[in-house]
Design a protein around this ligand. Sequence first.
Ligand SMILES: Cc1cc2nc3c(=O)[nH]c(=O)nc-3n(C[C@H](O)[C@H](O)[C@H](O)COP(=O)(O)OP(=O)(O)OC[C@H]3O[C@@H](n4cnc5c(N)ncnc54)[C@H](O)[C@@H]3O)c2cc1C
Length: 464
Amino acid sequence: MIKHPQRSTVEVVICGAGIAGISAAYHLAIKHGIENVVLVDERAPLSLTSDKSTECYRNMWPGPGDAMVSLMNRSIDIMENLAHESSNIFNLNRRGYLYATADPNRIPYFKRFAKEANELGVGPVRYHTDQPNDPAYTPAPAIGFEDQPAGIDLILDQKRIRHAFPYLSEKVVALIHARRCGWFSVQQLGMYMLERAKERGVRFIPARVEGVEVVGSKIQAVHLRNGGMPITISTRNFVNAAGPFLKEVGRMVGVELPVFSELHLKISFKDHLGVVPRNAPMLIWTDPIRLPWLEEERALLSESEETKQLLKELPPSVHTRPEGGPDSDILIGLWAYHIVPVEPVFPFSIDPRYSEIVLRGLVTMIPGLKVYIDRLPKSVVDGGYYTKTRENRPLIGKLPVEGAYVIGALSGFGVMTACGAGELLAAHLTGSKLPHYAPAFVLERYEDPGYQKLLEDWGESGQL
Ligand SMILES: Cc1cc2nc3c(=O)[nH]c(=O)nc-3n(C[C@H](O)[C@H](O)[C@H](O)COP(=O)(O)OP(=O)(O)OC[C@H]3O[C@@H](n4cnc5c(N)ncnc54)[C@H](O)[C@@H]3O)c2cc1C
């Protein structure tokens, strides 16, 4: 029997029900009262990248300019409001990010970093230098997010470092404790926004977006396939929130998006000996690492070009945090020690050495974890793609086809940005007043010769 395409008309079609597409739908329906918004995804909501993240947030991002910090601060404001109205159904905490160095030569960098963060709007810097007039250092509570200091505690006082964080390496000489940071359940936040959006008429259609009809440079319709069933939806507005498939879906409207992808993995394992306290913040080692191998391990690793790399100095930023409530003993660990641009494919293959390398890297920061090296604990490894622009800033706004929009290139910051990015996308689509940081994220920025010049000499990307 020939199946005839179903046809309907809606106001907005959003391709992708990850955290970005859901936030866009939420803001369009709830904040702007747009009826007839449709979210389309060939997978279950939030199930491709958004549920694989470390679920962390921070307002500390580098320049140039204050756009990233402003977007993050706005996103965190929205998350805090949602936490208030939902009795914190998604367990937003405010434990902070703790950046550690064992290199005394990096202390001036830590100071500059804290000063720049303050200038960009991260918040005040409190110096802890073992002086009588030092400000108080307030440890972060394990749960909750209210009544906490903002900004940064820069801790150079060795006694305070050992006292507050006795499980860190004795070699640590300086810590930055960034305070408007923590983590939350992305699944719970996403489902909360999706349920609220559905109450206001947003519909979820389980289908694949196969094509977008553009006539006279205007969006006309979106072609879907649900199993064998073709569906055509007439619409004037199409939002590309396709995560790792942003480029592919961009081509459906005839726009080449300047993004690429990297595969990032994370491990979860049981810290059954309780080496890391359950109330610890996010812990990040900021120095490069040379892993200590035994002579026979060294010989084995030097046999192949690929494993030889592990004998060299490896990049900084191995990080870990406790996962779950007080009864859990799970730790999450990540280390992007070998990252190259790749085509996003699913399922992807996982380097069997990844868990061991992450654990070995973490031992540099938390020597007590060494007990697990001889008998490696069972670990679960998962992850997904950081789809990103070259300067690691998102794409949020209009595309050069009337009615086409993008919310993506959310790299390793998509869950923390989602609320602010969804609000911004909705403001673009409804023609509402845009915040001062909006121009920093539109695709047209690449047409500006001044921006191109800036790109040639871009500083830190902020990626962990
Ligand atoms: C290991 C790891 C750790 C991370 N840690 C953090 C962190 O701590 N904090 C943070 O903020 N971010 C983190 N991130 C990044 C964050 O997870 C992503 O930026 C975010 O999830 C991207 O959300 P998204 O909605 O854009 O994409 P996705 O969640 O991938 O959603 C895109 C959706 O589009 C759908 N789709 C695509 N093409 C089509 C089509 N043609 N038809 C129908 N549907 C389609 C897909 O099925 C998918 O469901 C991490 C990522 C990884 C991999």
